[in-house]
Ligand binder design. Sequence first.
Ligand code: UDP
Length: 408
Amino acid sequence: MQPRLDDYKAIVRADTLKELRLLAKRVEGWKLQNVNSTLKGGGVAEILSRLVPLLKELGVDASWKTIEGDAPFFEVTKAFHNALHGAQVEMTPQMLEIFRSTTRKNLETIDLQDSNTIIHDPQPIGLIELKNKVGGNWVWRCHVDVSTPQKFVWEFLKTYMLRYDAVAFSIPSYARRLPVRQWLLEPSIDPLSEKNMELDESVITSTLERFSIDPEKPVILQVSRFDSLKDPVGVIELYRLVRKKEECQLVLAGGTADDDPEGQKVLGEVKAAAADDPDIHVLLLSPDSHREINALQRAASVVVQKSIREGFGLTVTEAMWKQKPVVASAVGGIRRQIISGVTGFLIESKEGAAHRIRQILNDPDLARGVGRAAKEMVRTRYLITRHVKDYLLIMLALRYPERNVVDI
Ligand code: UDP
């Protein structure tokens, strides 16, 4: 059974739910369709899988569709993704043609309605071609860190962006100079989903047993797609630094996403780097291993997110909600979530990270204090109820573009 709005009463302020219902009355029956490129794997799928049902419960005619693409298309869009994150990626005319031709196929096959339409990330950005035919208001929502994009790819995508009614970014510092409306739309987690709900101790114990993880030894954990930008090989090097002085084990848990072609290659590199160390557990999980990830996060002594770039970093939010001390790179959305020393620790180097991890492993009071603050930060800013409210407000803002105040 999926959680219902009333189930959030015990978690959020009482007036939060009242506010949602009040706003929802104003948009009852309105359509809102989301389009991305995968139903499973990665942060966007994670968010939509809960946002859409809750909006429906509130009376919004919400839906979620995905575009179709083959391996060459997703290789091109992964190159876009890396380029937006600032990597110097070579883009050839053939690559742009692959992108355009898959976009054309999707324009013919996707069934969109006259509605509020939110297009997520670069893969489906070209669907904007349908705006005139289908009608409605269109928002491009970018989940990627675009603070220092590669110019060529940014300019290419901008030709599409400019045709939207608004674009939305995940944190304020991603805002760009653009002649369209820009919104801040921060991601969120669902505290009642399988990924984040409270678990019985027995579930945690049996999960550790299943993966042959020693329940007596401190666990350092990183959960992420096997993606070079998540730096899993760097996490192994970091663990080896910690291991020089502390008894501990490392768990790298992750899967691959349908729209990410680099997974297998990176997984191979990780396995090679782990060699035959019995205290490094590399877990390749299926996309619906939510309960396993939940249990691993709860079992961890320290959660690491050593990303090189990070749009937002939902894995950080998930660990913070579980009151875990998180040690994470000072990049992208992680900087917004972690107040270093208060709600977690931001690090700039492997040595700095190793120092923090050792400190946490040796100071349980510090770990508990930071964990408690982390959970409260997530409660006020990053729960799904806030996100639902943002979506309701977006629908109103799209309907009344000329107004700064909308009476409800
Ligand atoms: N995730 C998952 N299985 C995996 C790896 C990640 O379910 O094997 C989830 C993770 O728990 C989080 C999301 O996918 O909810 C990843 O979001 P994040 O913002 O951290 O990174 P992204 O993958 O979107 O770059």
